[in-house]
Design a protein around this ligand. Structure first.
Ligand SMILES: [Zn+2]
Length: 237
């Protein structure tokens, strides 16, 4: 079986599992940006951002340094960024999220989104930025209301990635069933390759059960959707 990981935190220069044919590695703070940006492209794509858990880690001028990396590295996306109700200082989280969304729009890069307990605020921001959106958004570990999915997919070109442990929070089945086939992705959210393959295997099996499709077909569809979202930054031959 060949697996694809739509969202992980493994350093992109770490040896990649041969059974993982595509992956998107997310940096969460500036100290990681350089190594993630230098190793993007081919089947390992990367994104750089300031995660809402790490907003206090930033130094003055981070916006222009992030812009410069995006300018120099055409395949690098923006993320993991977003809002998290369980972490401090929502006003600063919102401000930094908007600044990074604007960079993603300016450089035409997809965004990798973290949103926990803040979908009302997120929808408000997306609506306000309707004319300055990034080309695509991947909502990782989507935990919002399944009734939002169709609207988000259509209006914001949003993709949705899931991992099996979301089962613990319930609602995974309903969310997967509500997600359009061409916007459905699988992720590990892992920081090491052993955990990554274990979570991908479990998640493929879970989606196979939920959707009544063979694991091979789930993997093939996932790879197609990985190519779809990374097509926005794939170098043109
Ligand atoms: Zn993550």
């Amino acid at each position: 079986m060949k697996y694809t990981d739509a969202h992980c935190h493994i350093k992109p220069n770490v040896f990649s599992n041969p059974n993982v044919v595509g992956r998107i590695c997310n940096a969460t703070q500036e100290s990681e940006w350089a190594v993630f940006a230098e190793n993007s492209g081919d089947e390992t794509f990367t994104s750089i951002g300031v995660h809402p858990w790490y907003i206090t880690s930033v130094q003055n001028g981070w916006q222009s340094r992030m812009a410069e990396i995006l300018r120099q590295n055409q395949t690098v996306m923006v993320g993991e960024i977003g809002l998290d109700k369980y972490h401090a200082d929502m006003p600063t989280q919102i401000q930094m999220f908007i600044e990074q969304m604007e960079l993603a729009h300016d450089f035409r890069r997809p965004v990798h989104l973290h949103c926990v307990g803040a979908w009302d605020k997120m929808l408000h921001i997306l609506k306000e930025h309707k004319n300055a959106l990034p080309p695509a958004i991947l909502a990782h570990g989507f935990s919002g209301d399944q009734d939002l999915i169709e609207k988000l997919a259509n209006e914001y070109n949003m993709f949705f990635s899931y991992h099996a442990s979301d089962n613990a929070t319930d609602g995974l089945v309903a969310r997967v069933l509500a997600t359009p086939n061409d916007k459905l992705l699988i992720e590990s959210d892992a920081s090491d390759t052993a955990t990554q393959i274990q979570i991908l295997q479990e998640t493929v099996q879970t989606l196979s059960d939920v959707l009544g499709a063979a694991p091979d077909d789930i993997c093939a569809q996932n790879y197609t959707n990985f190519q779809r979202i990374t097509s926005y930054v794939r170098p043109i031959d």
